[in-house]
Design a protein around this ligand. Structure first.
Ligand code: G1P
Length: 289
């Protein structure tokens, strides 16, 4: 059975991006021509997911509005005959079913995932973190689902990071069982220098078996005093198996100011309408540097 639901935690305060995120949720910051959350939703839709479960907090309802039908706007665009814009707006509300669950306290990513238990039920599901944008030929989640389909066990997406960045991520250790697929024999959240020799960093994409919920129930607060999904995954890999998929593609940390600028430049260069003119502009300014 393949997952049909994707959990996207959006309850965070976006403190890395203040002051922009004082009022606007970080998930609604625009990269080129759409909010970052729309890239994530488009990725899961393109991977075959049928329903998105947002884990929200107060001040985040604008995200739900973005994926909702906007009667006023659609009527206005239809009356003005602006059909291209109308189709663009309709496309968003027709993308996918969206349900929301509240995370009432900011107790960490593991806690955010655990509050979706009733909505997910006893089936595998996907988790996508909104800060991580992946530009790839085949969607990152699609690549992971192929690994899940083969092994029927939970899968995390990984990429190699420089040694000095290892303490910023969940790090997976394991053996490569086929090209780009590792069986994980330890996973540790934000390890201290010397604590691991692996440089396989988990980026924000997970395909999880429902047994993760029982593991989360047993997970005590870890790094930062938060309930870490990584710690629950380390329990899961002891009781079942866990795989890591080194995906093909470029990942951007859009929750970080520099990563956001890099995502903007890359995605603008690849944009079907804006790309050619934007590339010319980039060349022009690069020559003056
Ligand atoms: C979270 C996860 C971490 C993962 C990272 C990817 O950390 O806890 O394991 O490597 O996302 O972006 P955060 O960035 O929320 O501190």
């Amino acid at each position: 059975m393949l997952p049909t639901k994707a959990v996207i935690p959006v309850a965070g305060l976006g403190t890395r991006f203040l002051p922009a995120t004082k009022v606007i949720p970080k998930e609604m910051l625009t990269v080129v021509d759409r909010p970052t959350i729309q890239y994530i939703v488009e990725e899961v839709v393109a991977s075959g997911i049928k329903e998105v479960v947002l884990v929200t907090a107060s001040g985040k309802s604008v995200i739900e509005d973005h994926f909702d039908y906007s009667f006023e706007l659609e009527t206005f665009l239809a009356q003005k005959g602006k059909m291209d814009l109308l189709n663009e707006v309709r496309h968003i509300s027709r993308l996918i079913e969206v349900v929301s669950v509240r995370q009432k306290e900011p107790l960490g990513l593991g806690h955010a995932v655990n509050v979706t238990r009733q909505v997910i039920g006893d089936q595998p599901f996907v988790v996508c973190l909104g800060d991580d944008l992946v530009e790839s030929e085949q969607p990152c989640v699609y690549q992971m689902l192929r690994v899940f389909e083969k092994y029927q066990e939970s899968v995390v997406a990984v990429q190699e990071v420089p040694e000095e960045d290892v303490n910023r991520y969940g790090i997976a250790e394991g053996q490569e069982v086929e090209p780009s697929v590792f069986q994980v024999d330890r996973i540790v959240e934000k390890p201290q220098p010397g604590e691991t020799s692996s440089r396989l960093a988990v980026i924000g994409r997970y395909v999880l078996r429902p047994e993760i919920f029982d593991c989360l129930d047993r997970t005590l607060p870890g790094i930062g005093g938060e309930i870490q999904l990584t710690d629950a995954l380390d329990t899961l890999r002891k009781e079942r198996k866990l795989y890591a998929c080194k995906f093909q593609g470029n990942r951007f940390d859009a929750g970080d100011k520099l990563g956001y600028l890099q995502a903007t430049v890359h995605l603008a260069m690849d944009h079907p309408d804006l790309g050619p003119a934007f590339k010319r502009y980039i060349k022009e300014i690069a020559e003056k540097l």
